[in-house]
Ligand binder design. Structure first.
Ligand SMILES: *Cc1c(COP(=O)(O)O)cnc(C)c1O
Length: 395
């Protein structure tokens, strides 16, 4: 190992690796950080919250001090909902760029929030492009905001957010980003890409455990959000104002999770920050994809759109292949994989994030190879129909 190689700790006590995009395999140090109780009002815990917010802000390189970080209890979707409810005025109109389950969830949240919206639905695996965003915004001057998913975790596609941001601001509108599964591994520096707010959570690329999310937003947007939220507990302005005044979360924080997350942030920094973390994940993906292709598997996406977060593979066409059998056999070998979420063809997903490196990914490929042998599947090639569909859509 070189000096810069990250220190990976294997799962504790023989647990399987979680090849899932959060919750994921965390380090021993992260787990260990939870072996202490904290008073949420106490100065020690307030210091943890303060340092966490500061470290998160450092990741966007906000040299003009225009942004602030507001953590929010709950899973990631709670923070997405808080962001949408707080930053989209009740008389605003939203363009949702959807190409998977998380884009759909955003549109569904807007229904609950009673915000007028239109959706560009690209199906399961096509990226929304800048020129179609431009066209949609020109066609409808009432649209005030665009919402995009950074990495659409349901397929693993890495959406072209920089191109989309340019299109949005060229037309004088505002961008909100669901960077849940990308933040921490894929750059989102505010000097490079313009947006009003983004959201992520503790249990994705920073490698913490689940329990809260966070919104990083322009302070003027947070200021303008006062009194706008439909929800008491998801009111970002109220959480922000209270936290800045008292140093405390408004309601009971997941104390152990926050302390574990601070440990995860320190490890993230030690690994070289976003660049270091992103490089390890990209390496994981490359080893995985090359190995699986070597067994005959095909990826859903072309290389250009493959994120370093999670990869979708078509299920083999061979009649002896059964996903549930494959899943259980992989689990026996120490790897929890993830079912697919596509509508047209059978697929499964393998995550590249968490406490794993290229060596672990080689073991994953070996386990897949052995499992295919056990199942009597000599070739993992997908059905012709899957490849035809992919070709038809130009993915
Ligand atoms: C994980 C994730 C979310 C949030 O999901 P929760 O189950 O609520 O944590 C939202 N968007 C994307 C893109 C995600 O990957």
């Amino acid at each position: 190992m070189s000096d810069t190689a990250p220190q990976i700790t294997p799962p504790h006590l023989g647990e399987p690796y979680l090849l899932t995009p959060g919750p994921l395999t965390t380090s021993y140090a992260v787990k260990q950080a939870m072996l202490r109780d904290w008073g949420s009002w106490d100065g020690d815990f307030r210091a943890v919250t303060k340092e966490m917010r500061k470290m998160l802000l450092e990741m966007i390189n906000d040299t003009k001090d225009e942004f602030d970080c507001v953590p929010m209890q709950g899973s990631g979707s709670f923070s997405v909902e808080a962001m949408l409810a707080s930053f989209i005025p009740r008389d605003g109109k939203v363009l949702v760029l959807s190409n998977g389950a998380y884009g759909k969830r955003i549109a569904q949240t807007l229904v609950y929030l009673n915000r007028d919206h239109v959706v560009i639905d690209k199906g399961d695996y096509m990226p929304p492009r800048g020129d179609e965003v431009t066209a949609a915004l020109r066609a409808d001057p009432a649209i005030t905001h665009v919402v995009v998913v950074h990495c659409e975790t349901s397929s693993g596609i890495l959406n072209p957010v920089t191109e989309i941001s340019q299109a949005v601001y060229n037309e004088g509108r505002k961008l909100l980003i669901d960077s849940m599964s990308a933040f921490g591994a894929i750059p989102l520096e505010v000097g490079e890409i313009r947006y009003q707010a983004m959201v992520s959570s503790a249990n994705k690329c920073i490698e913490g455990v689940p329990g809260f999310g966070f919104v990083i937003a322009r302070k003027n947007e947070l200021q303008a959000a006062k009194g706008r939220s439909h929800s008491l507990s998801l009111d970002l302005h109220a959480q922000w104002a209270h936290m800045n005044k008292t140093g405390q979360w408004r309601f009971t924080p997941p104390t152990h999770v926050v302390v574990a997350f601070l440990q995860a942030l320190k490890a993230h920094r030690a690994e070289g920050g976003v660049a270091g973390r992103g490089a390890r994940y990209a390496d994981n993906r490359d080893v995985l994809v090359e190995g699986m292709r070597g067994l005959g598997f095909e990826t859903l996406l072309k290389d250009r759109w493959l994120s370093p977060i999670i990869v979708t593979f078509f299920c083999p066409a061979h009649e002896a292949f059964d996903f549930n059998v494959f899943y259980e056999a992989m689990k026996t070998k120490g790897f929890i994989i993830y079912p697919g979420k596509l509508t047209v063809v059978d697929s499964f997903r393998i995550g590249c994030i968490g406490q794993m490196d290229a060596e672990v990914m080689r073991q994953v490929v070996q386990a897949a190879k052995a499992t295919l042998n056990e199942m009597g599947v000599p070739d993992a090639a997908p059905p012709k129909a899957a490849l035809n569909e992919r070709a038809r859509l130009g993915a």
